[in-house]
Write a protein of this length. Structure first.
Length: 757
């Protein structure tokens, strides 16, 4: 399908930064410095201590050092990098790593793609344990992340001091990724001993939304008792308001679909002629507030062989979205909804190369104005506790337990539509601009008297008032233990066990008659009293001459006064049932009620070496990981309009060998080779409308008794994605803070999960 859209964003940012202010100054140091300044110099040259300057250059070298000393293919970014970057969130920091791209949502990074594989194939660990953060889209696509992908926009980049992307597998790294494992680590007090502090601030102005956006972050840390115990606290806060404007076709469809045009015979080949399904102007207003905090406590009793670390992370992302659309509705609807079969083609032009109807003048078109409002809330909480102990110079232990919980809520989602039916003289024209057509709506869209609310007993299409709410929760609980033994000064043997439980739960509620229209306006209520004017549209879009820059839209607050649609009740008038119903009698929500629990038990052995062969540095690791996955899935099928629970179970085992080799045939030239078997567990939910619950064995039949039925069935016995991967990279560190590299990878993916009809 072809989709046309154009959005304009302009931002002017004014930044006032206090920087990373080093506050590690003790009173006696200040006094000593004062005394030194006052002391007279006996010669022309004064001796001073070393002055160390840190910043972007130092952090760049640190990132390259991390990459250089690893056996596998790894890229990293350090705290100074993140502090120096004006990134909005964590996703936009991660995109600075080679091979990583991001998907943007409302102009801000949200999820990542590594080596062409989406976020569903990438694992994310925070402070050593796997985690998942879910949000809802803040653009016109809407939708809730109910899958395995990680939404990085939940977090401010200032909360983390190191990001590592592991592109090759090793036995000691938990399974579950085809693309990469992303390790995020927050700051800890033992990273820098003594008293430390940092503070930064920024104030940005967006000239399109005409709003100011504050952002600040702070960190304070200290160690006590001869550096035996330490604590660190950091906080980050930001607000952001933005505005998106543009045109969208909402995909292109064949002219023969939905019953075809009333006089479709005028088209030479309707089945191969395509038109925009819902050509529309859109104005989307976003407001966002992000708060994050970390707390870390570390202890090394007696400065001995045991280190205890407790990390806590909290983040909250609250957003609102207001969508406003002026749209032609008939081209995406059938005869039973007053759609395309009622439309007359008056004139047209078709691109002979593409079959696109790039110009059309149409009569009997239905025009709609829509306003939708959403509240979106994400709360993320994580706590981990780790211990490291050295039994001797050669034997070491580390263990970790933790829990990460992400709760998403879309408690308010309301959309109202008003109509102008059977409009003559409507036209669209892509001939001058393939992305932003000239549109003649056929009437004065800025005049409220030209619009109406078509109640539940009126002609099709009826006006609509849709109300719903959605919820998603993801919980990871993890425990692991590892041993490392230095057999010699060049060979280390490692072994470990782990157990992880993943819980994914979703819920949804909706007005049962969302598709059955809205109430009629009470007698004597004017359209002017329940609408307002959207104005100033397209001032940065370079709209075609004569384009509408203002139009009437529903006023949700005024309609609430008239209809009381927030009552969660049946008001007793026609079309006035505003109850939000889930499993108890609303089949449209059944697909969003499901619980999936996965329990993964794993063990591994690995050998690491770092030596020389004939004077050539030679290091690497080889190992094997064994893992068992147990799945328990619960969902609800629609049986005669009744939500009927359906449960399924499955288990599977995987043996995952891996090898990473790194050699340095000449100074500063490193060649790496990797090979491994990897796996990624199947999707919990496929993003679709309605969503397909892949792992839940729910049977859904649409439009029973209709001429064309469709059915879907989940499958709890899905095998994971499995792949054999090969990597080759050549890295040349030709100068300080510099790298020239080449990387090649090959992935042979089997047991691919598909959705079939």
């Amino acid at each position: 399908m072809i989709q046309r859209h154009k959005f304009a964003r302009h931002a002017l940012v004014a930044t006032a930064s206090l920087g990373a202010l080093a506050l590690a100054m003790m009173a006696h140091d200040a006094a000593a410095q004062t005394a030194e300044v006052a002391a007279p110099q006996t010669d022309d040259t004064a001796e001073v201590d070393d002055i160390v300057v840190t910043g972007f250059r130092a952090s760049l070298q640190n990132s390259l050092n991390i990459k250089r000393r690893e056996a596998g293919v790894v890229d990293a970014i350090s705290a100074e990098d993140i502090a120096d970057f004006p990134d909005t969130n964590l996703a936009e920091s991660i995109q600075r790593i080679p091979g990583v791209s991001i998907d943007r949502d409302a102009g801000e990074g949200r999820s990542i793609t590594v080596r062409g594989l989406s976020s569903e194939f990438t694992r994310t660990r925070i402070n050593g344990i796997e985690a998942q953060a879910s949000t809802g889209a803040t653009d016109s696509s809407g939708g809730v992340n109910r899958g395995r992908g990680f939404d990085f926009n939940v977090f401010a980049s200032e909360l983390f001091n190191n990001i590592t992307v592991r592109k090759t597998a090793s036995a000691e790294t938990e399974e579950g990724s085809l693309g990469a494992t992303v390790d995020l680590r927050t700051s800890r007090p033992f990273d820098k001993m003594g008293f430390q502090g940092a503070l930064s601030g920024q104030y940005g102005y967006n000239d399109l939304s005409q709003d100011w956006s504050p952002r600040f972050a702070g960190l304070i840390s200290n160690t006590w008792a001869d550096d035996q115990i330490g604590a660190l606290f950091s906080i980050a806060y930001s607000e952001r308001d933005s505005l998106e404007e543009g045109f969208s076709s909402v995909r292109w469809g064949p002219a023969s679909a939905d019953g075809g045009f009333q006089n479709g015979a005028v088209l030479p080949n309707a089945a191969r002629t395509y038109h925009p399904r819902i050509p529309r102007y859109g104005s989307l207003e976003h407001s966002q507030e992000r708060l994050g905090a970390t707390l870390s406590v570390q202890a090394r009793p007696g400065n001995g062989p045991t280190l205890f670390t407790m990390d806590m992370l909290y983040s909250k992302l609250d957003s609102t979205r207001s969508e406003n659309f002026l749209q032609a509705w008939s081209l995406s609807r059938g005869a039973d909804q007053g759609g395309k079969p009622q439309v007359d083609i008056m004139s047209f032009e078709i691109d002979p190369d593409t079959g696109e109807m790039i110009y059309a003048q149409l009569d009997d078109m239905d025009i709609r104005s829509e306003q939708r409002f959403d509240e979106l809330e994400t709360e993320f909480k994580q706590m981990t506790f780790g211990v490291e102990h050295e039994f001797s110079d050669r034997l070491r232990f580390d263990g970790l337990i933790g829990r990460a919980e992400s709760s998403f809520a879309n408690p308010v989602q309301v959309s109202a539509i008003i109509d102008r039916q059977n409009v003559d003289g409507y036209s669209y024209d892509f001939r001058q601009n393939r992305n932003l057509p000239a549109i003649n709506w056929g009437f004065n869209v800025a005049d409220p008297t030209q619009w109406s609310v078509v109640g539940p007993t009126g002609a099709q299409p009826r006006s609509e008032l849709r109300i719903s709410s959605n919820f998603q929760e993801n919980v990871y609980t993890t425990g692991e233990a590892n041993l490392a033994f230095d057999v010699s000064d060049w060979l280390t043997l490692k072994a470990g066990v782990s157990r992880k439980e993943y819980e994914s739960s979703s819920r949804a509620f909706a007005r049962p008659n969302n598709a059955n229209g809205s109430p009629a306006l009470p007698a004597g209520t004017s359209m002017a009293s329940v609408t307002n004017l959207l104005s100033g549209f397209g001032r940065n879009l370079d709209l075609p001459s004569g384009a509408a820059t203002s139009w009437v839209r529903p006023d949700l607050a005024a309609l609430q006064t008239v209809w009381n649609y927030n009552c969660n009740c049946d008001t007793g008038v026609a079309g006035g049932d505003f109850r939000l119903i889930g499993l108890n009698g609303n089949p449209s929500t059944y697909g969003n009620w499901r619980d999936v629990t996965e329990t993964d038990t794993g063990a591994y052995v690995q050998a690491d070496w770092d030596t020389e062969i004939m004077g050539v540095p030679f290091r690497g690791n080889v190992g094997v990981r064994q893992v068992k996955t147990e799945v328990d899935a619960l969902g609800y099928s629609n049986v005669g309009g009744v939500a009927t629970p359906v449960r399924g179970e499955n288990e599977y085992d995987d043996t995952l060998p891996s090898l990473n080799v790194s050699i340095e045939p000449m100074k500063d030239l490193i060649v790496r080779v990797g090979a491994a078997k990897v796996m990624a567990r199947p999707p919990v939910t496929v993003m679709a409308r309605p969503p397909v619950t892949s792992l839940v064995p729910v049977f859904t039949l649409s439009a029973a008794g209709a001429a064309t039925n469709t059915a879907s069935l989940g499958n709890v016995e899905l095998e994971p994605y499995r792949a054999t991967t090969y990597d080759l990279s050549v890295e040349y560190y030709f100068a300080p803070e510099a790298l020239l590299s080449f990387a090649y990878f090959y992935k042979d993916i089997s047991t691919y999960v598909q959705t079939t009809t």
